[in-house]
Design a protein around this ligand. Structure first.
Ligand SMILES: [Mg+2]
Length: 241
């Protein structure tokens, strides 16, 4: 039976995009304050620097990728020496602007009555810096203690260890088909694809369920339990505690 719900962080519980955009706007303003040459650099250039570095080093810690991307942006206008202060500005703004989606905390509150709740991310969205402190029984961050990123099987094995239950008792919820559906399913977890933007389902993706908002999650999980236990609940087991 399912007992444990584990959430991805960014773009699942956390509305990261406005925070990153706001932080890049601050960096862009600071660059233009430091040198007139930065007038020739656009916000799109800063975003493309992240994309380029991420493409080269996707397995690296996200803070390192961001720092390398900022270094690339600063190098466009010979501001290389300002990396430390600009990175500090970026991260301060990114964390101060990061908010949970409006549907996140009501869903967590409803689920907490029956489920063990976990948080497992490839990124650096620490719950205490993103408005989610105290919401979870356990939290996992890639690169803590050498933990490889999703979709490495070791990541999901660490999730099960942290939960203290077999993979078959865990349902993973997240926005990434590869990281939050295929990866968990490969190790025997159930997986719910959170498709907030109504994207077409990728070929071959078969989530145990798909939803567009976390508001649907409590009822959906109750249904999912029924589907995964088609003969009904044996005495003493029942839907999630
Ligand atoms: Mg995500």
């Amino acid at each position: 039976m399912l007992t444990t719900v584990v959430f991805d962080a960014d773009e699942t519980l956390l509305d990261l995009r406005p925070a990153v955009t706001g932080a890049l706007v601050a960096v862009h303003e600071e660059m233009r304050r430091l040198t007139p040459a930065a007038a020739g650099v656009s916000l799109a250039d800063l975003e493309s620097d992240w994309g380029a570095v991420f493409g080269e080093r996707s397995a690296a810690p996200v803070q390192e990728i961001r720092r390398a991307a900022l270094a690339r942006s600063l190098a466009r206008v010979a501001l290389d020496d300002h990396l430390d202060e600009v990175a500090a500005l970026f991260f301060a703004r990114r964390f101060s602007l990061t908010r949970p989606f409006p549907d996140a905390q009501p869903a967590l509150a409803a689920l907490r009555r029956q489920w063990t709740l976990g948080y497992a991310t490839n990124g650096n969205s620490r719950t205490e810096r993103c408005g989610l402190a105290g919401e979870f029984t356990f939290e996992l961050y890639a690169h803590d203690g050498g933990l490889p990123k999703k979709p490495a099987p070791e990541f999901y094995a660490a999730v099960a260890r942290a939960a203290g239950v077999p993979a078959a008792q865990i349902v993973y919820v997240g926005d990434s088909p590869e990281h939050d559906v295929l990866g968990p399913q490969r190790v025997g977890m159930a997986a719910v694809w959170l498709n907030r933007r109504g994207l077409p389902r990728p070929a071959g993706l078969r989530p145990d369920a798909e939803l567009s908002t976390l508001a649907e999650l409590p009822d959906l999980l109750t249904e999912l339990c029924g589907q995964l236990n088609p003969s009904g609940w044996p005495a003493g087991l029942g839907p999630p505690r």
